[in-house]
Ligand binder design. Sequence first.
Ligand SMILES: Cc1cc2nc3c(=O)[nH]c(=O)nc-3n(C[C@H](O)[C@H](O)[C@H](O)COP(=O)(O)OP(=O)(O)OC[C@H]3O[C@@H](n4cnc5c(N)ncnc54)[C@H](O)[C@@H]3O)c2cc1C
Length: 399
Amino acid sequence: MRLDHDPETEWFRAEVRRFLEGHRPAVKTQHRSGVRAPDPEDIPALRKWTAQLFEAGYLGSDWPTEWGGTGRADPVRATVVAEEMARSRVPSPLGTGLLAAAALIHFGTQEQKQRYLPGIRSGREIWCQLFSEPGAGSDLASLTTRAQRDGGYFVVDGQKVWTTNGQHAQLGFLLARTDSGAPRHAGISAFVLDMTSPGVVVRPLREITGTSDFNEVFFDGVRIPVGNVIAEVNRGWEVATMSLVHERSGAGAGGITMLRAVGDAVALAASLRRRGRPALSDGALRQELGRLYAAARISMRLGQFHLSRALDGTADAADAPLAKIFYSETNLALVDLGLALQGTESLLTEDDPDAIAEGWWQDAFLYARAFTIAGGTNDVLRNLIAERALGLPKEPRGV
Ligand SMILES: Cc1cc2nc3c(=O)[nH]c(=O)nc-3n(C[C@H](O)[C@H](O)[C@H](O)COP(=O)(O)OP(=O)(O)OC[C@H]3O[C@@H](n4cnc5c(N)ncnc54)[C@H](O)[C@@H]3O)c2cc1C
C-alpha cells in the first residue's frame, strides 16, 4: 500500500500544510526538538494552538461524534498530520491530553467524559502522565506508589519521575498500586489526579539542555475521590496499555524531521569554509551527508511501512521497534555531524545571538539521547524484536 501519491491523501496533505503555515503559533519553544515543556509565557498561545488543531479535526478526529470527533479512526490522515507537523516544525499540542482522552473514551464513565474531554479539546486543562518511577521505567509493572482506600477516597503516597509538563499540568493520569498482594499487573489502578490537591509536590528537573521539561512528583497522603478511578479498581494495567497503543500515530514523522535537518546541514556546509576551502569540497563530508540523507528517507519509509502493514493486518512485532531504533540512532549521528560542522562555534549556546540557526543544532544534539529512551529504551526494544519477532529465548530477568 502506498501512502503518498494517492490524490486524496496528497490533497489532504496540502490542506494541512497550508493550515499549519497559517496558524503557526509564535512561541519561543518552536526552536526546540522533541516533546518539550513550554516557557510559561508561551502557554496561552499553546492552549489556543491545541484548540485550533482539535477544531480543524487534525487532533481527536477518531473521538466519538458526541465529543467532537468523527467516531472513526483514520490512521493515514493521522500520519499525514504528524508528518506535516514535523516538517513544519510547529509545536506539539500541550501536555498528554490525548493519552488521557484515549483512556477516558474507552474506560471512563459518562460523567468523567463530560468533565474532562471538553477541557482537553479547548486546551484549557493541561495533563501530565504519572507512570514512571525511580524504580519503575522499562519495568513499569514494578511501580510502588500506593493508593489505599479510605471511605470515599484513595490516599496516595509515593513518587513519580520523568513527568513531562508536570509543572504546568492541572490534571494527571496516574498509575498507583491498589493491591500489593495481587500479581504485579493485576494490582494497579488508573486515576485522574487534580494536581492542585494537598500533598502533591512537583519539582522540576533541570536537564542537560538547560530547560526543565520533566519533573519529580511526590505524593504525601494525597486524597483522590473514588469517582476519579478510570475503569474498575485494579484494571489500571489494561487502561495504561490500551491508551499507549492509541496514542497519536507518528509513523515516518521522525524521518521527515531528519530529512529537513539533512537539508539544513547541507546548507550549513555550503556556507562554511574549512582550512581555507569550502567545507563541501571535502569528499568524506559529502559522503556522510549522502549516507544520512538515505538513512532519513529509510527512516521515513520504515514508519510508513509499519503503518501500511498495520492497516493490512500483516504487522510484525518488529515493525514499530525497528522504526524507532533506526530513527533515534540515525538522529544521533545527524546532530553529531551538525555540531561537528560548526567547529568551535558549536560551543555557543542556544541563547547566544551568534549561534548558528539560533542554536537549533546544539539543542537537538543535547536532546537526541532522549529519543533512545522515551517510549521504550532501544535496549528493551531490541529484546522485544529478539523475543517476539525472531522467537529467540527470553532475556534472563532479575539477575
Ligand atoms: C524525554 C522523556 C520524556 C518522558 N516523559 C515521561 C512522562 O511524561 N511520564 C512518564 O511516566 N514517563 C516519562 N518518561 C519515562 C520513560 O518512559 C522511561 O524513561 C523509560 O520507560 C525508561 O525507564 P528508565 O528511565 O527508568 O530506565 P530503566 O528502565 O531504569 O533503564 C536503565 C537502562 O537499563 C536498560 N534496561 C532496562 N531494562 C532492560 C532489559 N530488560 N534489557 C536490557 N536493557 C535494559 C535500559 O535500556 C537503560 O539503558 C520520559 C522519558 C523521556 C526520555
